[in-house]
Design a protein around this ligand. Structure first.
Ligand SMILES: [Zn+2]
Ligand SMILES: [Zn+2]
Length: 127
């Protein structure tokens, strides 16, 4: 594994966050000034193909990549974009019972307004 590949994995491993390829790119840029965004994409997709990380498909936004490969779904705040992990037990079985055949994979993305954004009235002046 190259130094760059290790660095990409480190970023995901050290955070519970969900990263776009661009997030990873900017995080690595100081360390790898010649880095190209396409290289980051290629490596992230390679790692997700290897099941080392998870790729979260999103219809109208760049895909997320994350360290947590355990099955779970996501709720995304439409205001600030913060992404929370959700685990809905038996969801797959329920979907299967509706579709009446096997499900290869699915991604559930719930849009919501997070508590912090819905409480924006209480915003303080501090930075
Ligand atoms: Zn929010
Ligand atoms: Zn997640």
């Amino acid at each position: 594994m190259t130094k760059l590949q290790q660095a990409i994995l480190e970023i995901l491993k050290n955070s519970k966050d969900h990263f776009t390829a661009e997030d990873v790119f900017w995080a690595l840029k100081p360390q790898f000034p010649k880095l190209a965004l396409g290289t980051v994409y290629r490596n992230l997709n390679y790692f997700s193909d290897q099941k080392m990380i998870r790729r979260v498909y999103r219809a109208d936004a760049p895909d997320f990549y994350e360290w947590n490969t355990k099955p779970h779904d996501h709720a995304v705040c439409i205001k600030c974009g913060v992404t929370s992990d959700l685990f809905v037990p038996d969801l797959k079985d329920f979907l299967k019972s509706q579709i009446l055949c096997d499900i290869v994979s699915f991604d559930l993305n719930i849009s919501y307004i997070c508590p912090e954004c819905s409480g924006k009235n209480f915003e303080t002046e501090e930075e």
